[in-house]
Write a new protein. Structure first.
Length: 214
């Protein structure tokens, strides 16, 4: 069996996300790197109309630039009462330079007086190789939008997203609790559960074109 170590790039500068990936894929013949391990690369224009579009664009573009297989994610909050907003614009809901606090304030304003508080966190992971093909994994978590924030952990909309089975917001969960139920955690587990087959797919695809970075 081929046990040569594969370099896999996670298209993020977020060290926390990288640690999560390394933990989940621990034990496989992989060296997981992220964008901080490389020099500056051009930014990807996330102009897709779905989470899958943007995840694929980030993964495929980075794989082509670096010449290495790349994993990328795109995720966000979908609120049916707001016709799916913030959706793919979750990170910039209140504007291109908006902070988490800005986005949360806008969400609360938009939800004033709204009875249907249901919401879904969605995540799509794309694993692409330099020659173009990609594998897609998805995760979702259903909850409710509170009328005021609760908890001091997490990021993004976590303090407003209430998860009924645990009677807590995402911001009140420990990292371990959140990873077990979150949209990103589910997508990562889906990837991990079939990673033996993914490795075979990667090795076959990488034989088609040599990598640029060792």
């Amino acid at each position: 069996m081929n046990t040569t170590t594969i370099s896999l790039v996670f298209a993020t500068y977020n060290a926390g996300k990288t640690r999560e990936i390394r933990s989940i894929l621990k034990g496989y013949p992989l060296t997981v790197r992220d964008l901080s391990d490389f020099g500056p690369i051009p930014l990807v224009e996330e102009n897709g109309t779905t989470f899958e579009d943007n995840a694929f664009k980030k993964a495929a573009f980075t794989a082509q630039v670096l010449g290495l297989p790349t994993l990328a994610d795109d995720s966000g909050l979908v609120v049916p009462a707001l016709n799916g907003a913030p959706g793919i614009y979750s990170a910039r809901y209140a504007g291109p330079t908006a902070s988490d606090a800005d986005n949360n304030r806008k969400l609360l304003r938009e939800m004033e007086g709204v009875e249907d508080r249901s919401a879904v966190f969605e995540c799509v992971l794309a694993l692409a190789v330099p020659t173009g093909p990609a594998l897609i994994y998805e995760g979702r978590c259903e909850g409710l939008i509170l009328e005021e924030p609760r908890g001091s952990g997490g990021f993004g909309y976590d303090s407003l997203f209430y998860y009924p089975p645990l009677d807590k917001t995402f911001a009140e969960l420990s990292s371990e609790e959140k990873n077990k139920v979150s949209h990103r955690g589910q997508a990562l587990r889906e990837l991990a559960e079939e990673f033996d087959r993914v490795l075979i797919w990667l090795r076959h695809r990488l034989e088609e074109a040599p990598v640029k970075w060792a």
